[in-house]
Design a protein around this ligand. Sequence first.
Ligand SMILES: [Fe+2]
Length: 278
Amino acid sequence: MPDAIPVFTGFGLGLRKQHHREFLDADQPVDFVEIISENFMACGGRPLATIEAVRERLPVAMHGVSMSLGSTQGLSRDYLAELKALARRIDPLWISDHLCWTGVDGLNTHDLLPLPYTEEALAICAANIALAQDVLERPLLIENPSSYVAFPDNTMQEWEFLTALTERTGCYLLLDVNNVYVSSVNHGFDPAAFLRGIPAERVRQMHLAGHSAGPGGMLIDTHDAPVRAEVWTLYREAAARFGPGATMIERDDAIPPLGELLGELAIARKIAGERLAA
Ligand SMILES: [Fe+2]
């Protein structure tokens, strides 16, 4: 079993290239930043130098989108080696990826594709997570994705699947509060049941993001807008149950000025502070 990940409490942002200069030129009022690992793997040069400079000021979490933990074909050893090399340079708070699969036969679809929540899929995911943790020599944080379809042969809920993964592999959880809300609307479950259903002691980080209305009453996890009121309400419950942990705003498109994201982060600080005081 890999070593435990200590609790880190703070408020951060996903670091996007539009804001690199501001993070390099001055201290910003954040406690950590999160990078997309793939943007800096095997690239070297200026992007990596930028992250290493930011790392001198702030803790950095590494967040991946291509490990494909649900793959029936196992994990790419080359990918894991590149990820480990980046982790050696960054010394991150932790490394996270999603509960999904992203491709087949070496093809990366660049989508977070949904898994059936079955015993068979659980065994595959657990084996892949165990392998990744052995190679990386650290536990992973696993994030709940947004989903738009469900499999008819599901035998458990997403939160039961995640809980079983923590028990089988010793992994931790990155709770994306927006993804819980989006999936709860798309699939008609109670988002509070999701929060109650995962082990509080395994949650190390929370994502907050914006979503958009899709066709037929569905919600789409677009990350291109401010956090919606419904998600702030759910975050209030999450902060009460899990503490703030490492909470961050995750904006990936229509990137606004840094001040706007810091304003959203101030709301998260206020909500978490009120919950802790209560
Ligand atoms: Fe997320």
